[in-house]
Design a protein around this ligand. Structure first.
Ligand SMILES: [Mn+2]
Length: 258
């Protein structure tokens, strides 16, 4: 089992954790990841972590955000080892902020999608989804010292408890926003190092920035693009029992979607 410390999930030193990032409404890829997960899920020591941004495709033609959201919501509410983290796209929906990606107004598109699917019920559905987003954790810390979040790190984090309580003053606070939005140009090597020290971790795994499968930043952050990215689609099959000292150890656990 795992421990839920406020907005922080803590995973013990056993089993495997699949880390999947940035699905962005792509149901074809999502189903492939669920197939992969199906060979792990019977063992209660195994976990899957979706690191947010599972909604909002780049255009409406193939946007299966609602189907994915329904499935993800059901699974995470009915299974102990299905973890879903908040991404900036879910945050924008719950905060009613307009969000553009690749020149497309994602907030508008998502509302239109809800109207199409649920007609008169679309407002209730929207509220239901927002309640779900408010329940989502922000990050996972594993006992073998890997930290997993949508993006980041934020500046000036001093302890794990600060992350556990990060939404205690609402969802519009600067540290949370940095967790959801920060990319490599928003922090330097020293900020990453102090963050990892504060949470007692060796490495950090994030999504958010589209890359060609993977990219290592300042030696201690691994960016993964599992679906929406720049070519290859990668995920991590994290061995929770193995000691990880540096990026090389973690890179051995990276797999690619076929
Ligand atoms: Mn993102």
């Amino acid at each position: 089992m795992f421990k839920k410390n406020g907005k922080l999930i803590e995973l013990p030193r056993k089993g495997i954790a699949l880390i999947v990032t940035d699905i962005h409404g792509n149901i074809t890829d999502f189903k492939k990841f669920m197939d992969i997960w199906s060979s792990f899920e019977d063992d209660e020591d195994n976990h899957i972590i979706l690191t947010g941004d599972f909604i909002h495709a780049m255009g409406r033609d193939n946007d299966q955000s609602v189907e994915i959201l329904e499935y993800v919501k059901f699974r995470s509410e009915n299974s102990n080892n299905f973890h879903v983290l908040l991404g900036n796209h879910e945050w924008a929906t719950m905060s009613n902020k307009v969000l553009f990606k690749a020149g497309i107004n994602q907030t508008y598109n998502f509302d239109e999608l809800l109207k199409e699917k649920f007609q008169d019920n679309c407002k209730e559905k929207r509220d239901e989804y927002i309640e779900f987003f408010k329940e989502l954790p922000i990050a996972v810390r594993t006992d073998n010292r890997i930290f997993i979040s949508h993006a980041g790190p934020p500046h000036n984090i001093r302890s794990q408890d600060e992350i556990a309580n990060i939404t205690s003053e609402g969802y519009d606070n600067p540290k949370l926003l940095e967790f959801l939005w920060n990319r490599k140009d928003d922090f330097n090597k020293q900020v990453l190092k102090s963050f990892l020290e504060a949470v007692d971790c060796k490495m950090m795994v994030v999504g958010h920035t589209p890359v060609n499968g993977i990219k290592v930043v300042h030696k201690n952050q691994l960016i993964i693009s599992s679906s929406y990215g720049k070519g290859k689609k990668a995920y991590v099959e994290l061995d929770l029992d193995r000691e990880i000292r540096k990026s090389k150890d973690l890179l051995k656990m990276v797999k690619y979607l076929k």
